[in-house]
Design a protein around this ligand. Sequence first.
Ligand code: ATP
Ligand code: ZN
Length: 299
Amino acid sequence: MSARDRLRIAIQKSGRLNDASIDLLARCGLRFRRSRDRLFCFGETLPVDLLLVRDDDVPGMIAEGVCDLGIVGRNVLREQILGRQGSAGAASFREIRSLGFGHCRLSLAVPDGFDYVGPVELSNLRIATSYPGLLADWLRRSSVDARIVSLSGSVEIAPRLGTADCICDLVSSGATLAANQLKEVAVILESEAVLAASAVLPVDRRRELIDMLLRRIDGVIQVRVSKLVLWQSPRASLDAITRLLPNGQRPTVTPIEGLDNQVSAQAICNDAITWQHLEDMKRAGARQMLVLPVEQMLT
Ligand code: ATP
Ligand code: ZN
């Protein structure tokens, strides 16, 4: 098989996205053999190979055609899309799926004592960030004129060092901000890991592989929240109970031997089920409720 017949996916070599990226691909049935330099992994189950790179290099590898797909934070992807707009034309890569891990947000944070009411407070201030493109775009949309101080790391200490008045950085728990006497005041971008692809997908064998991988990824993401719900109830209560299922499909219904008007029902729910849902179902006439995890799904 020639090299062009094999799909190449770029993922982060080490860091916050590495484990979850490999786990996602494993759940899609992909197994890899690592090369000695550990930068290239040969796909053993399908003609799909991996390239292990720095997350910042993922979009560029797609743009240059070195890879067909990549897993990267939306923050990095959007920043590079903004960076490539303008003189060089539009970026040649885009987000095709959000992957449900690596959640964080790009937020504006100000010193604890700063009395922030709205973006207008930022006028003429210096904001330190590693995301100058996303920040500039947000400032423009908020009609604010501020000075962007581009830093490649350690953004959170800039206010203490006096090199900036506030910051725009990635936040997940907020612990780093608190440790640096900063508070989050505005979210600029909600981010998570995404699947990125070339703006124009290949038309050869790789296209089928991409379609198949997308189907499997959709299935993997779906089963994370999907549950199979089983219950018994009077037939007359079925509609009311079904309406309570979070993003539920129509139930499969079977009569119960020896009990007139009583049925056993099962339905897939595509959103998380809470105790509250079960209490509500019980009130609507359901009993013997069971919530089961779904192992695999292909629709
Ligand atoms: P590399 O060596 O590959 O350049 P990095 O240091 O730039 O790694 P990581 O810190 O591993 O990158 O973060 C990778 C991605 O993880 C981020 O771009 C972001 O999308 C996501 N992420 C999730 N939570 C956080 C967080 N609290 N801080 C930073 N990034 C986070
Ligand atoms: Zn990086």
